[in-house]
Design a binder for this molecule. Sequence first.
Ligand code: AMP
Length: 211
Amino acid sequence: MQVPLYSHSLRSRNVIKSICVFCGSAAGNDPVYGNVAAELGRMLARKRIRLVYGGGNVGTMGILAESTMREGGEVIGIIPVRLHEMVEHLDLSELLIVPDMHRRKALMQEKSDAFIALPGGIGTMEELFEVWAWRYIGYHGKPVGLLNVHGFYDELLGFLDSMCTRGFLRREILDDLVVSDDPGILLEAIVTKPSADLASLLKTHERLRKE
Ligand code: AMP
């Protein structure tokens, strides 16, 4: 018999010791993005939650990592060799250099108990959607959250709502995404989120075409 990678029934609540934060290699054109990233970093450090992130020193990534370190927190950066050769680095608790983006994302998932996306660009989107899709397929049971700083994600949330209305996304899956514009509220919701078994939401009987 094959052993499942993750069993939802084994635990009713996730124990959150480390959180992977996906964020921009840019800082955006409003200081609020950097300020909220720094605030989240300080909160993680004070709550003794290890930060796992992309290992860069640029944009909100750099601001987040620096503020976590300054507050005495623990930070693990995971960076592919190609990026490592191209960019400057911060002094982190640990910097793991991996062969490629696939290994980077796999290691980010292995080393984290939950995921948060801050405002960012297409790299951030790719990382967010992978962990969220993998959660609902059942590859992991780790909570996924969105920090909706100054309504940054409002249009995306509207589009996701439209996916539900048009029958491409189950409402329960959208509701499973933890969303807040406040880092403290988001962290608390993630830490206290009960485990969910989303496997029942997998589409198994949908027809390709209805007459
Ligand atoms: P984006 O949201 O498009 O700004 O992308 C954020 C992601 O871009 C990161 O997680 C990395 O995959 C990648 N990235 C781009 N530039 C850097 C950098 N200088 N250092 C580390 N990662 C970077």
